[in-house]
Ligand binder design. Structure first.
Ligand code: ADP
Ligand code: RBF
Ligand code: MG
Length: 432
């Protein structure tokens, strides 16, 4: 039987060594602080000069991964602000105060909890190496239910002479882990400065880019591997035990080249993520270009929930509230809702280089003449992850892959643990 690989770690280097210890960055790798930091830093800088949103965004992105003080200093320099008037300490104090009021808004990154549980359960010695100074770290972690205590050692930005991209923080983390050979450590990092620091310390580095479509920068930083999200980390490639929560589903080859079923691995989500809202217009190319209609949801109102999902392809059930006048025939005032299997893409559609994130489910049902549901309420229960978003050499290969995703979704939804979730009251708009 042919076996399709689980979500793949992409090159640069395909030949991975054996490691024993894991070192984790915090911001942007384990917790989703980047957007909050952007918002706050932007508001503090905005009143200090005439900047475009683009200028500010670019400046903030250039300092990602640095310690707060180093980052602030660098930003003021990039923006050519007079530090006699706008001192680093003033700007830092103002951002710090605003951020300290809002750390409670920050969620964990998709897959972070799973990774930490895995490391803990397997007794894999783990360090946190963060640019955050220790007093800041305490406030940042207040609303997180103590998971940091499960990490063996912590190294903070205030404890080292030089911040990332210098190797100091990783060297300190290794010392505390009691590792003398840096080649026994794998670092997980979202910033290119962090990857540079990890490589300079002698460790191996996996990049999980926080910046969209910037593969080149991470390759230049020396990343040994670049993955799309923590869901795609494959520890067995690094000589560590594998994750045990994948489920196998059998799928017949849709291209018809072989009659043998393929095994695909899917990752159940705990908890399932519910997303809902009216169906809106997308790019108008789902049906036209791909022959795959996708009922787009507006991303703004579902931001908080959708950010709990890494960009990628997922399966689940969809509930569609029927339009006006469509009733269940028993009580003419009661609109009926139906549920359907669905496969969806959430992210930036690299093949089309979208600059906006989209959430697009394809309902695996032929609606025939009733297939226009713009404006109607759609609810999704997202149950599992299939694969990362990818780029394709041709439109045909993207289409073929989407059809394979649909087969994987149907097979997964047929598993007993997902089959019954179709009757979820959320999907039925509270009707049972
Ligand atoms: P858009 O770019 O506006 O999303 P698409 O070409 O992707 O347009 O088509 C999506 C629309 O097609 C949906 O909003 C819905 O009205 C309709 N549709 C018909 N059948 C389906 C289906 N099985 N799954 C999703 N949408 C469907
Ligand atoms: N777009 C990509 O660029 N890369 C993908 O890997 C990808 N996978 C998809 C998988 C599924 C199940 C669906 C429904 C869509 C996927 N798309 C992907 C999105 C596709 O580009 C998008 O639906 C169309 O561009 C319509 O907006
Ligand atoms: Mg669409």
């Amino acid at each position: 039987m042919a076996t399709a690989a689980a979500p793949e770690e992409s090159a640069p280097s395909k030949c991975f060594p054996t490691v024993t210890h894991v070192i984790l960055d915090l911001d942007g790798t384990l917790i989703n602080t980047e957007q909050l930091v952007d918002e706050v830093v932007t508001s503090v800088l905005d009143k200090r000069g005439e900047f475009t949103a683009g200028q500010l965004h670019k400046a903030i992105e250039q300092v990602r991964g640095m310690r707060p003080k180093d980052g602030t200093k660098a930003i003021l320099q990039i923006l050519q602000l007079d530090t006699e008037i706008h001192s680093v300490d003033d700007v830092l104090a103002e951002t710090g105060e605003l951020l300290n009021q809002r750390w409670g808004e920050v969620n964990m990154m998709p897959g972070a909890k799973r990774l930490l549980d895995y490391l803990h359960e397997h007794g894999i010695k783990t360090a946190l190496a963060t640019s955050t100074p220790s007093d800041f770290l305490e406030k940042k972690m207040e609303s997180h239910d103590g998971w940091i205590k499960k990490i063996n050692v912590v190294a903070t930005g205030d404890e080292v002479e030089n911040g990332k991209p210098a190797p100091d923080i990783f060297t300190l983390a290794m010392e505390r882990l009691g590792v003398s050979d840096a080649k026994k450590c794998i670092v997980l990092e979202d910033t290119s400065l962090g990857v540079q620091a990890a490589k300079a310390s002698g460790a191996f580095a996996i990049a999980i880019p926080s910046i969209q479509n910037d593969q080149k920068t991470y390759e230049t930083s020396g990343a040994d591997s670049i993955i799309k999200s923590l869901y795609d980390f494959q520890p067995e490639r690094w000589g560590l035990p594998g994750f045990e929560d994948y489920l196998d589903v059998q799928v017949k080859d849709t291209a018809g080249e072989t009659q043998e079923p393929e095994t695909h691995q899917i990752l159940p989500l705990h908890p399932a993520i519910n997303l809902g809202g009216p169906v809106v217009k997308g790019f108008g190319r789902g049906s036209k270009t791909l022959g795959v209609p996708t009922a787009n949801l507006e991303i703004g109102p579902i931001k908080l929930e959708s950010d709990k999902l890494a960009p990628g392809i997922y399966f689940g059930w969809a509930g569609l509230r029927d339009g006006e006048g469509v009733t269940d025939g028993k009580n003419s005032n009661t609109p009926i809702s139906s549920t359907y299997p669905m496969v969806m893409s959430i992210g930036w559609n690299p093949f089309f280089e979208n600059s906006q994130k989209t959430c697009e489910p394809w309902l695996l049902h032929d609606f025939g003449d009733n297939g226009d549901f713009y404006g109607r309420e759609l609810r999704l229960s997202v149950l599992g992850y299939i694969r990362p978003e990818a780029n394709f050499v041709s439109l045909e290969s993207l289409i073929e892959r989407i059809h394979k995703d649909a087969s994987v979704a149907k097979a997964a939804l047929d598993l007993s643990q997902f089959r019954d979730k179709r009757k979820d009251t959320y999907l039925l708009f509270g009707e049972t």
